[in-house]
Ligand binder design. Structure first.
Ligand code: ATR
Length: 290
C-alpha cells in the first residue's frame, strides 16, 4: 500500500472497533482495484458522534461506516438518508455528498445480495423471521420492501414481535407481516419457506444453542439463513441441512455490506471474482480453513 498526497480515507466509527473485519474488506478491494483509498477504524464514544461526522467531513473523508452503537445516532447528523435506511432508522454507511454525508443501510442490501449470490430470493416467498430484536426488525423491513408474499415473525416474547409487525405493516401500508410464538412457529400453513435466524442464539461460544429444534418446523424450511457467521455452521444451519434444506451463514452478508459501501464510495462495480477473493481474505483473518 502506497500512501501519497492523493490517498482518500474511509473509516469505521464504533465502540468497540478493534475486532472489525471491515479494514480487511476495504483495503483488499483497494489493492485489487488499484484504487488509492485507505480504510481505518476510529473508536468513537457516543457523545462524540456529531463531532466525528462533522470532523470527518472537514477532513475530506470519502465515506464512513457506522457500527454499534451509532447506527441510529448518526442519522440526525446527515445531509440525506436513503429510503430503506430511513424506514429502518439505522444507517451503517455514510457517503460524502455536497455539504455532508448521505446515509445508507448496506447491512440489509448486503443480506439481499448475499442471498442472491446463493440464488435465494425474497420476492414472492414466505419468509419466517426467528427473533424480534433490532436485526429481525431490519430484516422485516427488507422483506416487505423486496415484495415477500408473507412475513412471519416468530419470537419467544410475542408482544415484541407484535410491535415490530405493526411498525413494518404501518410503514408500508400493508398487513403481510404476521406474528407467531416460537413454540407455534411450525403451525404456519405454508411449506417451502425461507427462514432467517435473526437472534444471537447459537453465537460462539454457545454453539449448541438454537432458538427452536422443532422437527416439524425444519421440515417446512427450504432455505435457512443464519445472520451468525461464528461458528461457521450454526446448530440452526445443521438442523436445516439435516432436514434437506439449503443453509447459509451471515459471512456473505458482512462481505456484501462492505462491497456495497465500497461501490458507493468509489463508483465502481465489484465482480464475482473480486468478491470471492475478499471472502477468502476474510476467512483467513478469521482463521477459517477453506
Ligand atoms: P439484536 O438487536 O442484535 O437483534 P436483541 O434486541 O437483543 O438483539 O434481540 C434478541 C432476540 O433474540 C429477541 O428476539 C429475543 O427474544 P425475546 O424478545 O423473547 O427476548 C431472542 N432471544 C434471545 N435469547 C433467546 C433465547 N434463549 N431463546 C429464544 N429467543 C431468544
Amino acid at each position: 500500500m502506497r500512501i501519497d498526497g492523493k490517498t482518500r480515507t474511509c473509516g469505521l466509527i464504533g465502540c468497540p472497533v478493534e475486532h472489525t473485519l471491515s479494514p480487511v474488506i476495504h483495503n483488499t478491494l483497494s489493492e485489487l482495484l488499484g484504487i488509492n483509498m485507505v480504510y481505518v477504524p476510529f473508536l468513537v464514544e457516543s457523545e462524540a458522534v456529531k463531532s466525528a461526522v462533522e470532523g470527518a467531513y472537514a477532513l475530506n473523508l470519502l465515506g464512513m461506516n457506522a457500527t454499534v452503537p451509532h447506527k441510529a445516532a448518526v442519522i440526525e447528523h446527515l445531509k440525506d438518508v436513503d429510503d430503506l435506511a430511513k424506514r429502518i432508522g439505522a444507517v451503517n454507511t455514510l457517503v460524502r455528498v455536497s455539504g455532508g454525508y448521505k446515509g445508507y443501510n448496506t447491512d440489509m442490501n448486503g443480506l439481499l445480495r448475499a442471498m442472491q449470490s446463493e440464488q435465494v430470493g425474497i420476492d414472492g416467498e414466505t419468509v419466517l423471521l426467528l427473533g424480534a430484536g433490532g436485526a429481525a426488525r431490519a430484516v422485516a423491513f427488507l422483506c416487505v420492501s423486496q415484495n415477500a408474499k408473507k412475513v412471519y415473525i416468530a419470537n419467544r416474547t410475542l408482544e415484541k414481535a407484535q410491535l415490530v409487525a405493526e411498525e413494518v405493516n404501518a410503514s408500508f401500508g400493508t398487513d403481510i407481516v404476521k406474528v407467531i410464538t416460537m413454540d407455534d412457529a411450525a403451525k404456519i400453513p405454508e411449506n417451502d419457506i425461507v427462514a432467517i435466524q435473526c437472534t444471537s442464539v447459537g453465537l460462539a461460544p454457545n454453539n449448541d444453542d438454537v432458538v427452536t429444534s422443532d422437527e416439524t418446523l425444519y421440515q417446512k424450511i427450504k432455505t435457512g439463513v443464519d445472520l451468525i457467521y461464528n461458528p461457521y455452521e450454526t446448530r440452526f444451519m445443521k438442523l436445516v441441512r439435516e432436514h434437506g434444506g439449503f443453509a447459509m451463514n451471515g459471512l456473505k452478508m458482512l462481505l456484501y455490506q462492505g462491497i456495497i459501501a465500497y461501490e458507493l464510495w468509489n463508483q465502481v462495480s465489484i465482480t464475482q471474482d473480486q468478491a470471492d477473493h475478499v471472502l477468502k481474505k476474510m476467512k483467513e483473518a478469521m482463521g477459517i480453513a477453506e
